[in-house]
Design a protein around this ligand. Structure first.
Ligand code: ADP
Length: 540
């Protein structure tokens, strides 16, 4: 016997339509590249998304065509998200911070036929265009008055929209149709594409809104710091439309001062981003002795949120950090850290031990950890192994079949090493590539880094395995001191002693002027390992 409910496909266009009908006057505020603020509403966004859908049709864009973007978080990028996917084409956001060669590779591999780009990338695009023969239209995200001087024959976004009407009926198609495309940063080998579907995106949006996930509602003001070119800003633009959240889009300026101003002036209640941006904001707030008066929670993920950061936000600013974990292949959300009722009365230290974990899986994501032979390991919070996931918003294969068969018995191997405790909280010990293999045993680089950054003179720290004649690899701690502060190697080691197993203690501490980051703001362990490969440890 079958259920007798309607077969309505889950489509991205339904999110913006819902926001228009039910939250038509809720604002979307954007800071533009020039610094000015742009304001309109979900109704205004829906109108312009329909004009854009007509413009895409006029350009000859057809269902399934890939449409690239090189753009910051603002209202125009928001319109592109809905117009491109809603009309049946594929919204391909490209990270402009990647090396030019990687951008060229990605645009060619995806065969983007139209690319929308921000004014600030005009020079970049002009140099890349000759290597991108498949792109038919280049569209600058600006008005006629600001069109750049360029040898490239590009179109003006505002003119494209002005030439169209708002009359557009969103087409209805199979919910499994491709909606958007993101490439992984490709720390090894070429970047690989992950193709999301309308169905997976809408289901993920429901997940994002849940109380124990981001807890979005029509009473919230959300400022996604995470870029719209980084796994669809963790799905927040779609989820915001679903819940009728006021959205504040910060444009290109993500420094502490710029974020502070927007948080205060727009009465932002929640935000989301990678640890490095919060380092910048914290530094700014502490230097100026400022507080955030409306923000009550920050979702921090993409790399491990240092426990010291989680504590500082809570104790000094009254802000709850929600530690989250996910990846491009998972749309991206997998886990978020919220307490359970039984944690609420525990002493702070016991609660801290839970808070630093990456959190519990959202319904829709199943997880398990396995050993080298693929046997499932116990959920005891101690055993650690390869983390596998599955669910309706987890990828099943890469675009164009790159990398071949990726699933193992229907599970996606995340490449992370983790523990899972009896309450379902998962803690990442490392990326499997970054784990330090010392005498056949594993040392977690993240755990040592978390302890090191708790030292008041440390701004940032990285731990990598360096070749060792006896133990294969031993940990080297690289420390970036805070401006104007100093600390010695001995003091650093003394600070760690007693907090780590003896054999986890770094064999050396080296102070550096800067640490390399990837295009998505993570410590680039690969670059560090290459740079320090020949370093002779004092113990060697
Ligand atoms: P990108 O670099 O574009 O974000 P990925 O999707 O490859 O690309 O990043 C996912 C990886 O980032 C995860 O597999 C994990 O290793 C790491 N990561 C994400 N969130 C966290 C977190 N909260 N703690 C530790 N590592 C994390």
């Amino acid at each position: 016997m079958l259920g007798q409910m309607m077969q309505m496909p889950l489509l991205i266009s339904s999110l913006i339509r819902h926001a228009d009908v039910n939250h038509g006057d809720t604002e979307i505020v954007s800071r533009l590249g020039e610094g000015s603020l742009h304001r309109y509403t979900y109704r205004g966004a829906h109108r312009r998304a329909r004009r854009l859908a007509n413009a895409l049709g006029a350009l000859g864009v057809r269902q399934g065509d890939r449409i690239g973007t090189l753009a910051w978080n603002d209202h125009r990028h928001f319109e592109i998200y809905f117009a491109v996917s809603g009309s049946g084409a594929v919204c391909h956001t490209v990270n402009p911070r990647l090396f030019p060669d990687q951008i060229v590779y990605i645009l060619n591999h995806a065969e983007d036929r139209t690319v929308f780009f921000d004014l600030s990338f005009a020079a970049l695009v002009e140099t890349l265009a000759p290597r991108l023969p498949k792109v038919k239209d280049w569209v600058v995200l600006t008005d006629r008055a600001h069109m750049p001087e360029s040898r490239l024959d590009s179109l003006c976004y505002e003119e494209l929209l002005a030439a169209q009407t708002e009359d557009y009926a969103w087409p209805v198609f199979d919910e499994n149709t491709a909606s958007s495309l993101c490439y992984t940063s490709g720390t090894t080998g070429n970047p690989k594409g992950v193709v999301y579907a309308h169905r997976s995106t809408v289901l993920h949006s429901y997940g994002v809104c849940l109380p124990d996930v981001f807890g979005l509602s029509a009473r919230e003001v959300l400022l996604p710091v995470v870029p719209m070119f980084h796994v669809n800003a963790w799905g927040t633009p779609y989820a915001a439309a679903l819940a009728g959240v006021k959205l504040v889009l910060p444009g290109p300026k993500l420094d502490g001062e710029s974020l502070y101003e927007l948080f205060e002036s727009e009465k932002v209640t929640a935000s989301a981003g990678v640890p490095t941006v919060w380092l910048g904001l914290l530094r700014f707030l502490e230097e100026r002795g400022l507080k955030l008066s409306t923000v009550n929670r920050l979702v921090i993920g993409g790399s491990a949120a240092p426990p010291a950061m989680i504590r500082t936000f809570r104790e000094k600013f009254g802000i709850t950090v929600l530690h989250a974990w996910g990846m491009t292949e998972m749309s991206p959300l997998g886990t978020v850290n919220h307490p359970k009722a039984k944690h609420l009365d525990l002493p702070e230290e016991s609660r801290d031990a839970v808070r630093v974990k990456q959190g519990r899986p959202i319904f829709g994501v199943e997880m398990k950890i396995v050993d080298a032979e693929g046997r499932e390991l116990p959920r005891d919070g101690k055993a650690f192994g390869d983390l596998l996931v599955r669910g309706p918003w987890v990828m099943s294969s890469y675009y164009k079949g790159e990398g071949g068969e990726v699933l193992r018995d229907g599970w996606f191997p995340t490449g992370d090493v983790a523990t899972i405790d009896p309450d379902g909280y998962m803690a990442i010990t490392d990326r499997s590539k970054d784990v330090i293999k010392s005498g056949g045993e594993w040392i977690s680089s993240i755990e040592i880094e978390n302890l090191a950054v708790a030292h008041p003179a440390v701004a940032e720290a990285a731990v990598i395995g360096v070749p060792h004649p006896k133990w294969d690899e031993r940990p080297l701690l690289l420390v970036l001191p805070r401006a104007g502060q100093s600390v010695t190697k001995e003091q650093m080691l003394e600070f760690l002693r007693g907090k780590l197993a003896k054999w986890w203690m770094p064999d050396d501490v080296v102070f550096v002027d800067s640490l390399p980051h990837t295009a998505t703001g993570k410590l680039s362990k690969m670059q560090l390992r290459a740079a320090w490969r020949d370093y002779r440890l004092p113990t060697a």
